[in-house]
Ligand binder design. Sequence first.
Ligand code: SAM
Length: 275
Amino acid sequence: MNYRHAFHAGNFADCMKHALVVALIGRLAVKSTPFRVLDTHAGIGAYDLDGAEAERTGEWKRGVGRLLDITDGPLAPWLDLVRRAGFPPRYPGSPALIRMMLRARDRLMLCELHEEDSATLRTLFRGDPQTAVHKRDAWEALSALTPFAEKRGLVLVDPPFEVEGEFERLAEAVALVAHRFRAGVQAHWYPVKHRAPVRAFHTALAGSGVRDILACELWLREPTDPQRLNGCGLVVVNPPWKFEEEARAILATLLEHLGEGAPGQGFAITRLAEE
Ligand code: SAM
């Protein structure tokens, strides 16, 4: 396990994923009945953008660093949380963001397999009765920790894509969770480097028999260079009511602020399977 999210925290891919996750949880919180969130690839929870790792890549400066002054519009719910968490220099990863959105009876389960990162995560949430930290394999946790007792909630899957076969694993995870926890909302992040593997992933999902799937994608340039993170996507299963509209506005606003006018930049929301 070589991947460390600290090098990439706050980059455009985090902006997209985190803004959409906040929108999903906002929708779950419309109903007063409790929900649960499982974040299978949690990282360390929150990041120091003044730290050596973030400084070395400077990725956040072309991501959340360009959004500092936004206080209204579709990105505001997420950016308000980011500022409340101490940005800058502290940037909340998915665990810290999700935790800020829990009500008194909601629960959060976090899995992180990296030795050091899971220890850091555990320290961040020590003594928190609503959050459980597991040093556990994400793929195994999907079976072990679903469905939820609350019967509603979000399963967030955010793998590092550092080994072969991650798209296939993701497609299997979508089907597994849909089978075990039919009503659960699912969000699965993936990179868009070039189009071929993404097309195959979408085709696999469309033919999986799982209902109600959207793919939200943002590209900063033409996805033709397999060595570069040209864009990214989030597959959402069982998107809550009105999420699609909100996601469209989020992606358009992100592109307006993070796009540099490169050929092929854009965004799309594609329905892969009907309700
Ligand atoms: N979700 C985090 C966020 O948005 O703040 C970032 C997660 S990062 C992209 C992926 C994380 O998954 C890394 O911290 C890595 O150590 C962890 N990881 C990789 N393989 C794993 C596995 N099989 N089970 C659990 N965690 C894993």
